[in-house]
Design a protein. Structure first.
Length: 118
């Protein structure tokens, strides 16, 4: 299984980006799909998650009201819409797929860099 993130880049404070996570020959429905991020010198932290089957979502307090996680079953993709970006959002963003029935089974993408700077 290979998860591929895209959509990162350089944006000014207050700007927006949409990250995408896609996978070939892979069905998201049995998985909890999540976004994590890792800033330089810091540990990887949870950002947002969506349970593909029911669409239930969860967010880190630091991004609530600014970020939205969503999925497109037809495209087998998960997205992270990031609005009102702040310099502290600068990090490498990773997509993670974790089996709902067996959390010991999970996969990571390679990450995409998001830099928020004027």
């Amino acid at each position: 299984v290979q998860l591929v993130e895209s959509g990162g880049g350089l944006v000014q404070p207050g700007g927006s980006l949409r990250l995408s996570c896609t996978a070939s020959e892979f069905t998201f429905s049995p998985y909890v799909m999540s976004w994590y991020r890792q800033a330089p010198g810091k540990e990887r932290e949870f950002v947002a998650a969506i349970i593909s089957a029911g669409g239930m979502t969860n967010y880190a307090n630091s991004v609530k009201g600014r970020f939205t996680i969503s999925r497109d079953r037809a495209k087998n993709a998960v997205y992270l819409q990031m609005n009102n970006l702040k310099p502290e959002d600068t990090a490498v963003y990773y997509c993670k797929a974790m089996r709902r029935d067996n959390p010991s089974i999970y996969y990571w993408g390679q990450g995409t860099q998001v830099t928020v700077s004027s």
